[in-house]
Design a protein. Structure first.
Length: 283
């Protein structure tokens, strides 16, 4: 366990009574928590945490009351309005309330909704960003979301809306045509619909796809497949969420950058996954 007293010497923000700090916990690995988040945990009176927050992080809040407010698709969960109202209630009691959310609170994490409700009720807030799973989770799988030989843009989308269905506002034809790499959050349940929508929009059926489950944790699993076969392969592999799905040629970089798989003794650095006929390190 890390000694939290070893924070660098700095005038760290003081967590005042009656404030709510909306804090990103990162994609799972406790080591990816930011120093501002760690400072907040040390001072908090109450920590309201999500389902995907590693419980080890909560040990860094030794004086805090711990309140679970996890939301998981298809399972009994606290309603978003009730969570927001509870945050307001706790703050009005003069508590230092740390709202700990997986990933980044403002990236498909409903942090914007919670922050808006708090501000409307005159609760002072602080926003502490976190590493989003769509970036950090893929990095742990050896997949860069951008690479100058692959893509100059990346599109992040959610696989379901507040009603639990694929968002009707998404223009899959435009996404297919304009997105070199697509990163999908919470897309496992509707992957077959997403796959068909992209194929109908003339996306290459042989395009590489990676599904990273429980990213950055000891339970991380990575499935590499194609757009045509991804739904079938997910079912055969019996993968379970949480998962990040990446569609695009950047998935091929895993052949070189799978840093967690280096223990097998292989040296892939002379492989060019993009098929350009030259070593990757000379790119």
């Amino acid at each position: 366990m890390i000694n939290t007293d070893l924070l660098p010497k700095k005038n760290w923000p003081v967590f005042s009574p009656g404030w709510v700090w909306l804090c990103g916990a990162g994609p799972g690995d406790p080591g990816l928590l930011t120093l501002h988040a760690l400072n907040g945990l040390k001072q908090a009176d109450v920590v309201v945490f999500d389902a995907l927050v590693d419980r080890e992080m909560l040990e860094w809040a030794p004086n805090a009351e711990l309140i679970y407010a996890g939301k998981r698709g298809g399972k009994p969960s606290a309603k978003q309005r009730d969570i927001s109202l509870h945050l307001i209630e706790l703050a009005k009691l003069g508590k230092r309330v740390l709202r700990l959310k997986g990933g980044d609170p403002f990236v498909f994490g409903r942090g914007g909704e919670e922050a808006q409700t708090l501000v409307q009720n005159n609760i002072p807030i602080r926003i502490i960003p976190g590493i989003s799973a769509g970036i950090g989770g893929l990095a742990y799988a050896g997949i860069p979301v951008t690479h100058r030989d692959v893509n100059q843009s990346v599109t992040f989308v959610t696989g379901h809306d507040q009603n639990g269905i694929t968002p009707s506002s998404l223009n899959w034809s435009a996404i297919s045509e304009g997105s070199q790499v697509i990163v999908i959050y919470m897309g496992m349940k509707h992957i077959d619909h997403i796959r068909k929508s992209l194929l109908d929009a003339r996306r290459d059926p042989n395009e590489p796809v990676a599904i990273v489950t429980s990213a950055t944790t000891a339970r991380q699993n990575v499935l590499e497949t194609t757009l045509e076969n991804c739904a079938k392969d997910i079912k055969v592999a019996q993968l379970e969420p949480p998962a990040i799905i990446c569609i695009g040629k950047s998935v091929l970089m895993r052949q070189v950058l799978d840093w967690q798989g280096q223990s097998n003794g292989e040296n892939p650095r002379n492989v060019d996954p993009l098929g350009r006929g030259r070593p990757a390190e000379s790119a």
